[in-house]
Design a binder for this molecule. Structure first.
Ligand code: GAR
Length: 212
């Protein structure tokens, strides 16, 4: 069996998506090997999750760097040090500068809690609730130089219920994330997903996953 793709998982917070990847990676058929976790916050709960799973973690604190460029260089250096081939952004709430896309071309994937291009940024769940929309969802996409932008790999729809608040809606979005993210990352590791002429191509083709 060929070596699995080594990935670094970047986090900022609770790390439930990291946990979903850790759990999925115990399956021998999972396409990636998590070689390390990089957090921009020293106290992120995801660091403990990594420790429990025996996965190395590194803190690259935003505050320790003069600007976004210096922070991005340090994150890429940390990922190189871990031997990562790709970066998986699992609730990583910092924007990386262009250097990351240059150093990890077509090899950075992000998950976002909305149906992009709707509601990019840090208030995606709140904005979905404030909207008149009946559905929101999850997007997994290749990262480019812009915020929550880049070719979409997969999306899943999550209904917005009349009595939802941020916690209930985000909870259902996250339940969907925890299913879809490992599926996508595993397929990426196996080489089934690639960026071709600026578009994400998943072979064999997958449809949008509709949840209820
Ligand atoms: C997830 O819902 C993820 O989609 C979101 O942060 C949450 C992290 O949760 N990411 C973004 O908003 C990126 N713009 P987790 O730390 O429990 O995985």
């Amino acid at each position: 069996m060929p070596d699995k793709m080594p990935i670094a998982v970047l986090i900022s917070g609770s790390g439930t998506n990291l946990q979903a990847l850790i759990d999925a990676s115990t399956d021998p058929d999972f396409g990636c090997r998590i070689v390390g976790v990089i957090s921009d916050r020293p106290g992120a709960a995801g660091i403990e999750r990594a420790g429990k799973a025996g996965i190395r973690s590194t803190v690259v604190a935003w505050e320790d760097h003069d600007d976004r460029a210096a922070f991005t260089s340090a994150v890429c250096d940390a990922a190189d040090e871990l031997g990562a081939h790709a970066l998986v952004l699992a609730g990583f709430m910092r924007i990386l500068s262009e250097e990351a896309v240059v150093r990890y071309p077509s090899r950075i994937i992000n998950i976002h809690p909305s149906l992009l291009p709707k509601f990019p940024g840090a208030r995606a769940v709140e904005q979905a609730l404030e909207s008149e929309d009946e559905v929101t969802g999850v997007t997994i996409h290749f990262v480019d130089e812009l915020v929550d932008n880049g070719p979409i790999i997969a999306q899943a729809v999550v209904p917005i219920e009349a009595d939802d608040d941020v916690d209930t809606l985000h909870g259902r979005i996250q339940a969907t994330e925890h299913e879809l993210f490992p599926t996508v990352i595993s397929a990426f590791g196996r080489g089934d997903i690639a960026l071709v002429d600026g578009a994400a191509v998943w072979d064999p083709p997958q449809g949008v996953l509709i949840t209820s």
